[in-house]
Design a protein around this ligand. Structure first.
Ligand code: SF4
Ligand code: MG
Length: 335
C-alpha cells in the first residue's frame, strides 16, 4: 500500500556544463497521517533540499532532478503541472521554512498576514478570513488572539512569531506539515514549547508531521520514526525507540553521543570530529569512512546500500549488524 507522502530514491544534482555534483543521492522516506517523522542530519546533508523538492520550490537550474520520485497519495508530484502542485502546496502539504522568523512581513499586522492565504486560496471575505485567522492564532496558543491579530511582528517575541508562522502553514489545514528546523533561532525553553506545540497540533488534527532537525535529543521524544541523513542520502531509518536504544549506523551513534545527558556535565558534548565529505560524481566507498571509528577495507571499496539488518532496522553500513549488536571500539562510546 502506498503512503500519504513518499520520497523514493530521490536524486538531485547541481551544476552546469562543466559537470554535475550530486547533492541528493537516493533519498527515501515516507510519512502518513497521524505520525511524526524526524529527518535528522548535519547541515548540508540534504534535509532542507529534500523538502524544497517536495514543495516544488527548488530552482531548476542550477538544480536538476536526476531520478526518483515524490509521491503524494500515490501520484508522482514531480510530473504534475504547476497548477496541480500549487493546489497540493498549502492544502495537502504545509511548510514552515527554516528562516521562519523572516517569513512575516514587518510592516504588516500579524493577523491579516495569516488571513491572506485564506483570502487568496479559499476566496474568504475579509471578515471570514479575520475570524479564521484568530481561530488559527488560538490553535497555536497565542494568548489574547483578538488583540494580537492587530499587532505588528515587532510586538511579538521570537516564540510568538514562530507560532504565527506555524499558524500560516496550518491555514489551509494540510494533511502533512513539514517543519524545517522550527526552533533553531529560539532559546532553549522556547524551543521545547514550540516542539510541544507541534506535537499537540499533530495529535489534535491527526496530520502527518515531518520534523527536520540536526538535534536528535530535541526531537527524540516526539518522533515516531527517524530518517538519518548523511551526504545526500538516508543512512539509517526506523522506529525512534529502536534507534535510540541501538543505532544501526556509526553516524547515528555519533549523533546520539552528542545528545546531552544527565550523566554528563554541561559542555561535555561529544562532538563528531571531521567534516562531511565533499560530494563528487563517481566517488566510491562509504562517504562516512573518514570519520568512522569502525571503517574497514571494504568501506573504501564500496558504498553500502540501505539494507535491513534486523526486523525494521535499516542502515547503509557494511557492518550494520555489528553496530546494532554493539560491537564497537571503546572510544566511540562514553567520553
Ligand atoms: Fe563506517 Fe564502513 Fe559502516 Fe561506512 S560502511 S559507516 S565506513 S563501518
Ligand atoms: Mg537546512
Amino acid at each position: 500500500a502506498g503512503h500519504l507522502l513518499e520520497v523514493d530514491d530521490l536524486r538531485v544534482e547541481f551544476g552546469g556544463d562543466d559537470g554535475h555534483t550530486p547533492v541528493l543521492r537516493g533519498v527515501s522516506w515516507h510519512v502518513d497521517r497521524g505520525e511524526t517523522l524526524a529527518v535528522l542530519g548535519e547541515s548540508g546533508s540534504g534535509k532542507s533540499l529534500t523538502a524544497q523538492v517536495i514543495m516544488g520550490i527548488l530552482e531548476t537550474p542550477p538544480a536538476r532532478i536526476a531520478g526518483g520520485s515524490v509521491r503524494w497519495e500515490g501520484r508522482d508530484l514531480l510530473g504534475l503541472p504547476e497548477p496541480a502542485r500549487r493546489e497540493i502546496r498549502g492544502q495537502g502539504i504545509g511548510m514552515v521554512f527554516q528562516d521562519a522568523l523572516s517569513a512575516l512581513n514587518p510592516v504588516l499586522r500579524v493577523g491579516p498576514q495569516i488571513g491572506e492565504t485564506l483570502r487568496v486560496r479559499l476566496g474568504l471575505s475579509r471578515r471570514e478570513a479575520r475570524e479564521r485567522a484568530i481561530e488559527l492564532m488560538r490553535q497555536v496558543r497565542i494568548p489574547d488572539a483578538e488583540q494580537r491579530y492587530r499587532q505588528y511582528p515587532h510586538h511579538f517575541s521570537g516564540g510568538m512569531r514562530q507560532r504565527a508562522v506555524i499558524a500560516m502553514a496550518l491555514a489551509l489545514s494540510p494533511d502533512v506539515l513539514i517543519a524545517d528546523e522550527p526552533t533553531t533561532a529560539l532559546d532553549a525553553t522556547v524551543q521545547v514549547q514550540i516542539l510541544r506545540l507541534l506535537q499537540t497540533l499533530q495529535s489534535e488534527s491527526g496530520m502527518g508531521l515531518v520534523l527536520i532537525s540536526h538535534d536528535f535529543g530535541a526531537v527524540a521524544s516526539i518522533a515516531d520514526r527517524v530518517a538519518v541523513m548523511y551526504a545526500g542520502r538516508v543512512v539509517e531509518t526506523g522506529a525512534v525507540r529502536d534507534i535510540f536504544r541501538r543505532p544501526a549506523h556509526p553516524y547515528t551513534r555519533a549523533l546520539l553521543d552528542a545528545v546531552p545527558r544527565a550523566d554528563r556535565r554541561a559542555g561535555q558534548l561529544a562532538a563528531l570530529p571531521g567534516q562531511p565529505p565533499v560530494l563528487r560524481k563517481g566517488a566510491t566507498g562509504c562517504p562516512f569512512r573518514s570519520r568512522c571509528p569502525m571503517a574497514e577495507a571494504v568501506c573504501e571499496e564500496r558504498e553500502p546500500a540501505l539494507a535491513e539488518h534486523a526486523q525494521g532496522r535499516w542502515s547503509a553500513c557494511h557492518l550494520g549488524k555489528d553496530v546494532i549488536a554493539g560491537v564497537l571500539p571503546a572510544h566511540s562510546r562514553g567520553h
